[in-house]
Design a protein around this ligand. Structure first.
Ligand code: AMP
Length: 420
Protein backbone atom coordinates (compact mmCIF):
# COMPACT_ATOMS: atom_id res chain seq x y z
CA UNK A 1 0.00 0.00 0.00
CA UNK A 2 2.97 2.30 0.35
CA UNK A 3 3.57 3.93 -3.03
CA UNK A 4 4.24 1.90 -6.13
CA UNK A 5 7.39 -0.01 -5.09
CA UNK A 6 7.55 -3.30 -3.28
CA UNK A 7 9.31 -2.84 0.05
CA UNK A 8 9.99 -6.08 1.89
CA UNK A 9 7.67 -6.96 4.74
CA UNK A 10 9.11 -6.29 8.17
CA UNK A 11 9.65 -9.38 10.25
CA UNK A 12 8.09 -9.62 13.69
CA UNK A 13 11.30 -9.17 15.67
CA UNK A 14 11.98 -5.89 13.91
CA UNK A 15 8.56 -4.58 14.85
CA UNK A 16 8.24 -6.06 18.28
CA UNK A 17 10.57 -3.64 20.05
CA UNK A 18 8.34 -0.72 19.12
CA UNK A 19 5.33 -1.82 21.20
CA UNK A 20 4.92 -3.95 24.29
CA UNK A 21 3.84 -7.26 22.74
CA UNK A 22 1.98 -8.30 25.88
CA UNK A 23 -0.24 -5.24 25.98
CA UNK A 24 -3.87 -5.48 24.89
CA UNK A 25 -4.98 -2.82 22.45
CA UNK A 26 -8.13 -1.18 21.18
CA UNK A 27 -8.39 -0.37 17.48
CA UNK A 28 -10.19 2.78 16.39
CA UNK A 29 -11.44 3.05 12.81
CA UNK A 30 -12.70 6.22 11.15
CA UNK A 31 -13.65 5.40 7.56
CA UNK A 32 -14.33 8.19 5.05
CA UNK A 33 -15.20 8.24 1.37
CA UNK A 34 -11.67 7.49 0.11
CA UNK A 35 -9.67 6.88 3.27
CA UNK A 36 -9.64 4.84 6.45
CA UNK A 37 -8.04 6.53 9.45
CA UNK A 38 -7.03 4.30 12.31
CA UNK A 39 -5.47 4.49 15.74
CA UNK A 40 -4.30 1.81 18.17
CA UNK A 41 -4.50 2.44 21.91
CA UNK A 42 -2.69 0.37 24.50
CA UNK A 43 -4.95 -0.53 27.41
CA UNK A 44 -3.65 -0.71 30.92
CA UNK A 45 -2.36 1.29 33.83
CA UNK A 46 -4.42 4.39 34.34
CA UNK A 47 -5.53 5.07 30.80
CA UNK A 48 -5.21 4.71 27.07
CA UNK A 49 -1.87 5.29 25.35
CA UNK A 50 -1.94 5.87 21.64
CA UNK A 51 0.68 3.45 20.28
CA UNK A 52 0.26 4.16 16.60
CA UNK A 53 -2.07 5.92 14.22
CA UNK A 54 -2.33 6.39 10.52
CA UNK A 55 -4.37 6.30 7.40
CA UNK A 56 -4.98 4.25 4.31
CA UNK A 57 -5.83 6.80 1.65
CA UNK A 58 -6.41 6.61 -2.09
CA UNK A 59 -9.02 3.87 -1.66
CA UNK A 60 -10.57 3.14 -5.05
CA UNK A 61 -7.53 4.47 -6.90
CA UNK A 62 -4.08 3.59 -5.46
CA UNK A 63 -4.29 2.79 -1.75
CA UNK A 64 -1.34 4.06 0.30
CA UNK A 65 -0.60 3.26 3.90
CA UNK A 66 0.79 5.92 6.26
CA UNK A 67 1.43 5.44 9.97
CA UNK A 68 3.14 7.19 12.86
CA UNK A 69 4.41 5.81 16.13
CA UNK A 70 3.57 7.00 19.64
CA UNK A 71 6.08 9.86 19.38
CA UNK A 72 4.54 11.03 16.11
CA UNK A 73 7.48 9.86 13.98
CA UNK A 74 6.61 8.41 10.59
CA UNK A 75 6.91 4.61 10.39
CA UNK A 76 8.57 3.34 7.24
CA UNK A 77 8.61 -0.11 5.66
CA UNK A 78 4.83 -0.50 5.87
CA UNK A 79 2.90 -3.36 4.29
CA UNK A 80 2.72 -3.22 0.56
CA UNK A 81 -0.19 -3.70 -1.78
CA UNK A 82 0.46 -5.85 -4.80
CA UNK A 83 -2.12 -4.05 -6.87
CA UNK A 84 -4.41 -1.07 -6.62
CA UNK A 85 -7.60 -3.06 -6.98
CA UNK A 86 -8.02 -3.59 -3.25
CA UNK A 87 -11.38 -4.01 -1.57
CA UNK A 88 -11.97 -2.46 1.84
CA UNK A 89 -12.09 -6.03 3.17
CA UNK A 90 -8.54 -6.71 1.90
CA UNK A 91 -7.28 -3.38 3.24
CA UNK A 92 -8.71 -4.11 6.69
CA UNK A 93 -7.14 -7.57 6.58
CA UNK A 94 -3.74 -6.03 5.79
CA UNK A 95 -4.20 -3.45 8.54
CA UNK A 96 -5.04 -6.10 11.15
CA UNK A 97 -2.04 -8.19 10.08
CA UNK A 98 0.22 -5.17 10.44
CA UNK A 99 -1.16 -4.25 13.86
CA UNK A 100 -0.80 -7.85 15.06
CA UNK A 101 2.80 -7.94 13.89
CA UNK A 102 3.39 -4.77 15.83
CA UNK A 103 1.37 -5.45 18.98
CA UNK A 104 1.14 -9.23 19.19
CA UNK A 105 -1.36 -11.69 17.72
CA UNK A 106 -4.72 -11.74 19.46
CA UNK A 107 -4.01 -8.52 21.31
CA UNK A 108 -6.75 -6.48 19.62
CA UNK A 109 -9.45 -6.60 22.30
CA UNK A 110 -12.06 -4.65 20.39
CA UNK A 111 -12.62 -2.18 17.58
CA UNK A 112 -14.45 1.12 17.88
CA UNK A 113 -15.88 2.77 14.78
CA UNK A 114 -17.04 6.22 13.90
CA UNK A 115 -20.49 5.87 12.33
CA UNK A 116 -22.02 8.99 10.92
CA UNK A 117 -25.69 8.25 11.55
CA UNK A 118 -27.20 6.43 14.49
CA UNK A 119 -30.78 7.55 13.99
CA UNK A 120 -32.85 8.99 16.81
CA UNK A 121 -32.78 5.88 18.97
CA UNK A 122 -29.03 5.91 19.62
CA UNK A 123 -28.01 8.47 22.19
CA UNK A 124 -24.76 6.69 23.09
CA UNK A 125 -22.28 4.23 21.58
CA UNK A 126 -23.43 0.60 21.32
CA UNK A 127 -22.02 -2.88 20.87
CA UNK A 128 -22.49 -4.02 17.29
CA UNK A 129 -24.47 -7.14 16.52
CA UNK A 130 -26.23 -8.41 13.40
CA UNK A 131 -29.48 -6.64 14.33
CA UNK A 132 -27.76 -3.30 14.82
CA UNK A 133 -25.87 -3.63 11.54
CA UNK A 134 -29.17 -4.25 9.78
CA UNK A 135 -30.65 -1.12 11.39
CA UNK A 136 -27.61 0.95 10.43
CA UNK A 137 -27.94 -0.28 6.85
CA UNK A 138 -31.56 0.90 6.86
CA UNK A 139 -30.28 4.41 7.58
CA UNK A 140 -28.10 4.45 4.42
CA UNK A 141 -30.72 6.39 2.38
CA UNK A 142 -30.48 9.22 4.94
CA UNK A 143 -26.65 9.45 4.57
CA UNK A 144 -25.80 7.76 1.26
CA UNK A 145 -22.32 9.28 0.97
CA UNK A 146 -21.06 8.40 4.44
CA UNK A 147 -22.97 5.58 6.10
CA UNK A 148 -21.95 2.77 3.65
CA UNK A 149 -18.26 3.74 3.98
CA UNK A 150 -18.52 3.57 7.78
CA UNK A 151 -20.16 0.14 7.72
CA UNK A 152 -17.72 -1.55 5.32
CA UNK A 153 -14.82 -1.92 7.83
CA UNK A 154 -17.27 -3.21 10.46
CA UNK A 155 -18.48 -5.90 8.06
CA UNK A 156 -14.90 -6.75 7.06
CA UNK A 157 -13.77 -7.10 10.69
CA UNK A 158 -16.84 -9.17 11.57
CA UNK A 159 -15.88 -11.63 8.83
CA UNK A 160 -12.21 -11.70 9.78
CA UNK A 161 -12.80 -12.12 13.49
CA UNK A 162 -16.47 -12.70 14.39
CA UNK A 163 -15.66 -12.90 18.09
CA UNK A 164 -14.02 -9.50 18.37
CA UNK A 165 -16.39 -7.00 20.03
CA UNK A 166 -17.05 -3.99 17.84
CA UNK A 167 -18.55 -0.73 19.02
CA UNK A 168 -20.36 1.90 16.94
CA UNK A 169 -19.83 5.51 18.05
CA UNK A 170 -22.28 7.80 16.32
CA UNK A 171 -21.59 11.32 15.15
CA UNK A 172 -25.23 12.11 15.80
CA UNK A 173 -25.59 10.64 19.31
CA UNK A 174 -24.20 13.61 21.25
CA UNK A 175 -26.81 15.90 19.68
CA UNK A 176 -29.80 13.92 20.89
CA UNK A 177 -30.02 16.31 23.84
CA UNK A 178 -31.01 19.11 21.44
CA UNK A 179 -34.57 20.13 22.34
CA UNK A 180 -37.22 18.60 20.08
CA UNK A 181 -38.24 22.01 18.77
CA UNK A 182 -34.67 22.68 17.57
CA UNK A 183 -34.55 19.33 15.76
CA UNK A 184 -37.62 20.08 13.65
CA UNK A 185 -37.80 21.47 10.13
CA UNK A 186 -40.95 23.25 8.97
CA UNK A 187 -41.94 20.29 6.81
CA UNK A 188 -45.13 18.23 6.61
CA UNK A 189 -45.29 16.00 9.68
CA UNK A 190 -45.18 12.86 7.54
CA UNK A 191 -41.70 13.77 6.31
CA UNK A 192 -40.51 14.50 9.83
CA UNK A 193 -41.78 11.09 10.88
CA UNK A 194 -39.91 9.55 7.94
CA UNK A 195 -36.66 10.96 9.34
CA UNK A 196 -36.39 14.48 7.87
CA UNK A 197 -34.97 16.26 10.90
CA UNK A 198 -31.86 17.94 12.20
CA UNK A 199 -29.44 15.23 13.38
CA UNK A 200 -26.23 17.24 13.73
CA UNK A 201 -22.72 15.84 13.22
CA UNK A 202 -19.16 16.07 14.63
CA UNK A 203 -20.71 14.80 17.87
CA UNK A 204 -17.58 12.90 18.94
CA UNK A 205 -15.49 16.04 18.62
CA UNK A 206 -17.97 18.07 20.70
CA UNK A 207 -18.21 15.32 23.27
CA UNK A 208 -14.42 15.27 23.61
CA UNK A 209 -14.28 19.06 24.01
CA UNK A 210 -17.10 18.94 26.59
CA UNK A 211 -15.20 16.23 28.49
CA UNK A 212 -11.98 18.26 28.79
CA UNK A 213 -13.51 21.74 29.14
CA UNK A 214 -13.67 21.62 32.97
CA UNK A 215 -9.85 21.44 32.99
CA UNK A 216 -9.71 24.74 31.11
CA UNK A 217 -12.70 26.70 32.36
CA UNK A 218 -15.01 25.46 35.14
CA UNK A 219 -17.46 28.31 34.62
CA UNK A 220 -17.80 27.62 30.88
CA UNK A 221 -18.12 23.86 31.46
CA UNK A 222 -21.13 24.47 33.67
CA UNK A 223 -22.40 27.36 31.55
CA UNK A 224 -22.96 28.23 27.89
CA UNK A 225 -20.21 27.48 25.39
CA UNK A 226 -20.03 27.67 21.61
CA UNK A 227 -17.58 25.22 20.03
CA UNK A 228 -16.32 25.92 16.52
CA UNK A 229 -15.06 22.71 14.89
CA UNK A 230 -13.31 24.26 11.88
CA UNK A 231 -11.75 21.57 9.73
CA UNK A 232 -12.27 20.52 6.16
CA UNK A 233 -15.77 19.73 7.36
CA UNK A 234 -16.88 22.49 9.69
CA UNK A 235 -19.71 22.99 12.14
CA UNK A 236 -20.50 24.68 15.43
CA UNK A 237 -22.31 23.52 18.52
CA UNK A 238 -23.83 25.27 21.54
CA UNK A 239 -23.24 23.46 24.82
CA UNK A 240 -25.18 24.20 27.99
CA UNK A 241 -23.69 22.44 30.99
CA UNK A 242 -21.70 20.24 28.60
CA UNK A 243 -24.77 19.05 26.64
CA UNK A 244 -25.55 19.93 23.03
CA UNK A 245 -28.53 22.27 22.67
CA UNK A 246 -28.03 23.47 19.08
CA UNK A 247 -25.74 22.78 16.15
CA UNK A 248 -25.21 24.17 12.66
CA UNK A 249 -25.28 20.92 10.67
CA UNK A 250 -28.69 19.43 10.17
CA UNK A 251 -30.19 16.55 8.22
CA UNK A 252 -26.90 16.08 6.40
CA UNK A 253 -23.32 17.31 6.87
CA UNK A 254 -23.92 19.80 4.03
CA UNK A 255 -25.61 22.55 5.96
CA UNK A 256 -24.40 25.29 8.31
CA UNK A 257 -20.94 26.81 7.90
CA UNK A 258 -19.02 27.20 4.66
CA UNK A 259 -16.65 24.21 4.42
CA UNK A 260 -13.68 23.05 2.34
CA UNK A 261 -15.84 21.79 -0.52
CA UNK A 262 -19.41 21.99 0.87
CA UNK A 263 -21.53 25.13 0.72
CA UNK A 264 -23.14 25.22 4.16
CA UNK A 265 -26.49 26.96 4.37
CA UNK A 266 -28.16 27.54 1.00
CA UNK A 267 -31.71 28.37 -0.04
CA UNK A 268 -33.53 25.14 -1.03
CA UNK A 269 -35.01 27.16 -3.88
CA UNK A 270 -31.54 27.10 -5.44
CA UNK A 271 -31.72 23.33 -5.75
CA UNK A 272 -35.06 23.62 -7.54
CA UNK A 273 -33.50 26.19 -9.87
CA UNK A 274 -30.54 23.90 -10.61
CA UNK A 275 -32.91 21.10 -11.59
CA UNK A 276 -35.55 23.14 -13.41
CA UNK A 277 -33.61 25.92 -15.11
CA UNK A 278 -30.16 24.35 -15.35
CA UNK A 279 -31.33 20.81 -16.08
CA UNK A 280 -28.94 19.29 -13.56
CA UNK A 281 -29.46 15.67 -12.55
CA UNK A 282 -29.63 14.74 -8.87
CA UNK A 283 -26.25 12.95 -9.05
CA UNK A 284 -24.57 16.02 -10.55
CA UNK A 285 -26.05 18.26 -7.86
CA UNK A 286 -24.93 15.86 -5.14
CA UNK A 287 -21.37 15.73 -6.52
CA UNK A 288 -21.29 19.52 -6.75
CA UNK A 289 -22.61 20.05 -3.22
CA UNK A 290 -20.10 17.66 -1.65
CA UNK A 291 -17.02 18.33 -3.77
CA UNK A 292 -17.14 21.63 -5.69
CA UNK A 293 -18.54 24.25 -3.31
CA UNK A 294 -17.29 25.91 -0.13
CA UNK A 295 -13.80 27.42 -0.01
CA UNK A 296 -12.91 25.60 -3.21
CA UNK A 297 -15.95 26.83 -5.14
CA UNK A 298 -15.81 30.44 -3.97
CA UNK A 299 -12.03 30.83 -4.39
CA UNK A 300 -11.74 28.77 -7.56
CA UNK A 301 -8.28 27.91 -6.17
CA UNK A 302 -8.28 25.45 -3.29
CA UNK A 303 -10.29 23.89 -0.48
CA UNK A 304 -7.25 24.16 1.79
CA UNK A 305 -7.25 27.13 4.14
CA UNK A 306 -3.43 27.29 4.08
CA UNK A 307 -3.44 27.89 0.31
CA UNK A 308 -6.07 30.59 0.60
CA UNK A 309 -4.34 32.43 3.44
CA UNK A 310 -1.09 32.40 1.45
CA UNK A 311 -2.76 33.71 -1.71
CA UNK A 312 -3.24 37.37 -2.68
CA UNK A 313 -5.98 36.49 -5.16
CA UNK A 314 -9.20 38.47 -4.55
CA UNK A 315 -11.40 35.37 -4.78
CA UNK A 316 -9.24 33.54 -2.23
CA UNK A 317 -9.66 36.52 0.14
CA UNK A 318 -13.41 36.51 -0.47
CA UNK A 319 -13.66 32.79 0.29
CA UNK A 320 -11.86 33.33 3.63
CA UNK A 321 -14.06 36.35 4.38
CA UNK A 322 -17.23 34.35 3.70
CA UNK A 323 -15.93 31.51 5.89
CA UNK A 324 -15.43 34.01 8.73
CA UNK A 325 -18.74 35.80 8.11
CA UNK A 326 -20.68 32.54 8.31
CA UNK A 327 -18.97 31.60 11.60
CA UNK A 328 -19.87 34.97 13.12
CA UNK A 329 -23.46 34.66 11.88
CA UNK A 330 -23.85 31.18 13.35
CA UNK A 331 -22.14 32.21 16.58
CA UNK A 332 -24.87 34.80 17.07
CA UNK A 333 -27.59 32.22 16.43
CA UNK A 334 -26.00 29.68 18.79
CA UNK A 335 -25.78 32.34 21.51
CA UNK A 336 -29.50 32.94 20.92
CA UNK A 337 -30.24 29.21 21.22
CA UNK A 338 -28.20 28.94 24.43
CA UNK A 339 -29.60 32.28 25.70
CA UNK A 340 -26.14 33.67 26.29
CA UNK A 341 -22.48 32.90 25.96
CA UNK A 342 -19.71 32.27 28.52
CA UNK A 343 -17.02 30.81 26.27
CA UNK A 344 -16.01 30.20 22.69
CA UNK A 345 -13.77 27.26 21.76
CA UNK A 346 -11.84 26.88 18.51
CA UNK A 347 -10.85 23.38 17.41
CA UNK A 348 -9.89 21.16 14.38
CA UNK A 349 -7.38 22.00 11.63
CA UNK A 350 -8.35 25.62 10.95
CA UNK A 351 -9.55 26.38 14.48
CA UNK A 352 -6.34 25.06 16.04
CA UNK A 353 -3.90 26.57 13.55
CA UNK A 354 -5.23 29.59 11.69
CA UNK A 355 -4.69 32.48 14.13
CA UNK A 356 -5.81 35.09 11.56
CA UNK A 357 -9.18 33.34 11.16
CA UNK A 358 -9.62 33.19 14.95
CA UNK A 359 -8.68 36.86 15.26
CA UNK A 360 -11.22 37.96 12.63
CA UNK A 361 -14.00 35.89 14.22
CA UNK A 362 -13.26 37.34 17.67
CA UNK A 363 -13.05 40.93 16.44
CA UNK A 364 -16.29 40.68 14.42
CA UNK A 365 -18.02 39.06 17.41
CA UNK A 366 -16.86 41.62 19.98
CA UNK A 367 -20.52 42.64 20.46
CA UNK A 368 -21.08 39.30 22.24
CA UNK A 369 -18.56 40.26 24.94
CA UNK A 370 -15.45 38.76 23.36
CA UNK A 371 -12.19 40.60 24.08
CA UNK A 372 -9.36 39.07 22.10
CA UNK A 373 -5.82 38.94 23.50
CA UNK A 374 -4.21 39.38 20.08
CA UNK A 375 -0.68 38.58 21.29
CA UNK A 376 -1.78 35.35 23.01
CA UNK A 377 -3.68 34.38 19.87
CA UNK A 378 -0.69 35.04 17.62
CA UNK A 379 1.53 32.99 19.96
CA UNK A 380 -0.96 30.10 19.75
CA UNK A 381 -1.71 29.99 23.47
CA UNK A 382 -4.59 28.02 24.92
CA UNK A 383 -6.49 31.04 26.22
CA UNK A 384 -6.74 33.78 23.61
CA UNK A 385 -9.13 36.21 25.35
CA UNK A 386 -8.10 38.81 27.89
CA UNK A 387 -8.55 37.92 31.56
CA UNK A 388 -11.27 40.61 31.78
CA UNK A 389 -13.16 39.31 28.74
CA UNK A 390 -16.79 38.50 29.68
CA UNK A 391 -16.59 35.59 27.20
CA UNK A 392 -13.44 33.47 27.53
CA UNK A 393 -11.97 32.14 24.29
CA UNK A 394 -9.88 28.98 24.07
CA UNK A 395 -8.06 26.88 21.50
CA UNK A 396 -8.46 23.20 22.42
CA UNK A 397 -7.24 20.41 20.11
CA UNK A 398 -9.98 17.88 19.48
CA UNK A 399 -9.46 14.10 19.62
CA UNK A 400 -12.36 12.15 18.18
CA UNK A 401 -10.34 8.95 18.02
CA UNK A 402 -9.53 8.99 21.73
CA UNK A 403 -13.24 9.56 22.42
CA UNK A 404 -14.05 6.43 20.40
CA UNK A 405 -11.36 4.45 22.26
CA UNK A 406 -12.76 5.61 25.62
CA UNK A 407 -16.29 4.57 24.64
CA UNK A 408 -15.11 1.23 23.27
CA UNK A 409 -13.21 0.40 26.43
CA UNK A 410 -16.16 1.44 28.60
CA UNK A 411 -18.50 -0.89 26.70
CA UNK A 412 -15.91 -3.66 26.84
CA UNK A 413 -15.74 -3.40 30.62
CA UNK A 414 -19.51 -3.93 30.86
CA UNK A 415 -19.45 -7.13 28.78
CA UNK A 416 -19.75 -10.51 30.48
CA UNK A 417 -16.39 -12.30 30.45
CA UNK A 418 -17.86 -15.08 28.27
CA UNK A 419 -18.15 -12.70 25.34
CA UNK A 420 -14.54 -11.56 25.57
P1 AMP B 1 -9.05 18.94 9.52
O1 AMP B 1 -10.20 18.52 8.66
O2 AMP B 1 -9.43 19.14 10.95
O3 AMP B 1 -7.83 18.08 9.34
O4 AMP B 1 -8.62 20.40 9.01
C1 AMP B 1 -8.18 20.62 7.68
C2 AMP B 1 -8.11 22.12 7.44
O5 AMP B 1 -7.22 22.72 8.39
C3 AMP B 1 -7.60 22.48 6.05
O6 AMP B 1 -8.37 23.53 5.49
C4 AMP B 1 -6.20 23.00 6.34
O7 AMP B 1 -5.80 23.96 5.43
C5 AMP B 1 -6.40 23.65 7.70
N1 AMP B 1 -5.12 23.86 8.36
C6 AMP B 1 -4.27 22.94 8.85
N2 AMP B 1 -3.15 23.53 9.33
C7 AMP B 1 -3.31 24.86 9.13
C8 AMP B 1 -2.51 26.01 9.39
N3 AMP B 1 -1.31 25.91 9.96
N4 AMP B 1 -3.01 27.23 9.04
C9 AMP B 1 -4.20 27.34 8.46
N5 AMP B 1 -5.01 26.30 8.19
C10 AMP B 1 -4.56 25.08 8.51
Amino acid sequence: MSGSGAPPRQDRSELAHKADPSQDVVLVVNAGSSSIKFAVYGVGGDGLDRLTHGEIDGIGTLPRFHARDASGAEITGLPWAKDSNFSVHKLIEALIEWIEQRCGRGRIMAAGHRVVLGGLEHTAPVLINAGLLERLRELIPLAPMHQPRNLEPIEALAKLNPKMPQVACFDTAFHRTIPEIAQLYGLPRKLTEAGARRYGFHGLSYEYIASVLPRFDERAAGGRTAVAHLGNGASMCALVGGRSVATTMGFSPLSGLLMGTRPGEIDPGLLLWLMQAKGMAVEAIEAMLYHECGLKGVSGISSDMRDLLASDDAHARQAVDLFIYRICWELGSLAAAAEGLDALIFTAGIGENASSVREAVCRQSAWLGIELDAAANARGEQRISTIASPVSVWVIPTDEERMIAIHTLAILKELPKTIL
